[in-house]
Write a protein that binds this ligand. Structure first.
Ligand SMILES: *Cc1c(COP(=O)(O)O)cnc(C)c1O
Length: 417
């Protein structure tokens, strides 16, 4: 019996004609019907044709030998293409039900490639509580070059429509947002975008492809910081873009090769390894997230908890419709208006590590005002609701009781309860 899964090339017969093997197309056709877990382990990946290695080798090479000038096996120079990266790109594209995927050296490298398509005078409508790094890229690098960015509450369709004009080229959204867990209706935004001939791009980092697939909901482009849930182990920085629009893909691939924000093969290997457990990790993040959110909600030292899983969350119904579950990202406020108290609480946790980033197996706590969102000017930050006292959790996959006890002791100590 063949011990390989069906889609793997069969070992060569001794003598005789080579048996028919499943084609790449067969594989892709069946993989689109697979359960997410099967996709996470198998989709887009083939055993190495030269050796049969089941895990994608790390092709640590900068160039490829050509048989004759211009005649090569599809790989000429590793900024443009690398086989480890190609496998990761097809694996990640499969997770987003996309035809095309591109990996970048960081999430910001991926976003930069998208914004580089714009020309002076072009306008973008974006969410008003964007990732701090995206805000910095838009306002400090691209606005001085003449691109115009409107920051609006994307859960308010009227606000979006009032910013649309003939110069609008793109709507850029995150959902749930960072750090306030606002929920944008991807399908509704895609209808507005299509009606006005503008592109809808979704930064899907917080949800991960396990929870939400924006292209299926009408988005034109989906972006990930693979540094977070896709990598999942806080050991790599990487970005990813996926689309079903071949012309857009070609343009982005041209920018990637021209600008050089390509990831190295070792990093691609780490993310290939990471995504094999994405579904298991996400289930654990969601389960722990739910327990921590309800624990915080009833805590005497906590005044407000932001988590889209609460039925009273304004975006709950949309989140329920467009996401598989509610994730492990939670923000909250203590019953104290002093920034000092919030900062101290964040330093008192023992299981939650005080650090930027999110989406790893380990739980993290952060103070957005001084950490992830420090690059947004304070008035702008306060206007979007990110107060000086807000705390953000990336709930990991540890034992939920240990996480809850840790938060409890830190909150009580900071507030003197
Ligand atoms: C981290 C993050 C980014 C930036 O990605 P890097 O990999 O750090 O460059 C963009 N968007 C969101 C929502 C993020 O959390």
């Amino acid at each position: 019996m063949n011990r390989y899964p069906q889609f793997c090339p069969q070992p060569p017969h001794k003598g005789g004609a080579a048996p028919s093997t499943k084609s790449k197309e067969d594989h892709e056709n069946s993989s689109s019907r697979w359960d997410f877990g099967t996709k996470a382990v198998h989709a887009g990946i083939f055993p190495d044709p030269s050796t049969g290695a089941i895990m994608t080798p790390i092709f640590q090479t900068s160039t490829y030998v050509q048989e004759y000038p211009g005649q090569h096996k599809g790989y000429a120079y590793a900024r443009g293409k690398n086989p480890t990266r190609s496998q990761l790109e097809s694996a990640l594209a499969a997770l987003e039900n996309a035809q095309h995927g591109l990996c970048f050296s960081s999430g910001m490298g991926a976003i930069d490639a998208v914004i580089k398509r714009l020309r002076p005078g072009d306008e973008v409508i974006c969410g008003d509580d964007l990732y701090g790094g995206s805000y910095r890229l838009f306002m400090r690098l691209y606005e001085p070059m003449g691109m115009v960015f409107h920051f609006v509450d994307l859960s308010d369709e009227g606000a979006v429509k009032s910013c649309l004009n003939e110069k609008t080229k793109m709507i850029w959204t995150e959902t749930p947002t960072n750090p306030l867990m606002k929920v944008a209706d991807i399908r509704a935004l895609s209808m507005i975008a299509k009606a006005h001939g503008v592109m809808l791009a979704v930064d899907n980092t917080f949800a991960s492809p396990y929870l939400q697939n924006p292209l299926d909901l009408g988005a034109d482009l989906v972006m990930h910081s693979a540094t977070k849930y896709l990598g999942g182990h806080s050991d790599v920085v990487m970005g990813f873009l996926a689309t079903n629009n071949s012309a857009l893909h070609e343009e982005l691939a041209f920018i990637l090769n021209s600008s050089g924000a390509n990831p190295g093969p070792m990093d691609c290997y780490l993310v290939l390894r990471g995504i094999k457990t994405l579904h298991l990790r996400m289930k654990a993040h969601c389960e722990n997230g739910r327990k921590v959110a309800y624990f915080l909600q009833q805590h005497p030292g906590v005044s407000k908890v932001y988590w889209p899983g609460f039925p009273e969350h304004p975006g709950h119904a949309i989140a329920q419709a467009q996401m598989k579950d509610f994730g492990g990202m939670i923000s909250f406020e203590l019953k104290s208006d002093q920034e000092e108290v919030a900062m101290r609480m964040a330093s008192y946790t023992k299981v939650f590590a005080l650090a930027e980033s999110l989406g790893g197996v380990e739980s993290l706590i952060g103070h957005p005002a001084s950490m992830t969102h420090a690059s947004i000017p304070r008035p702008q930050r306060l206007a979007s609701g990110v107060s000086d006292t807000l705390l953000r959790l990336s709930v990991g996959i540890e034992g939920a009781d240990d996480l809850i006890m840790d938060l409890d002791q830190a909150i009580r100590r900071a507030l003197g309860l």
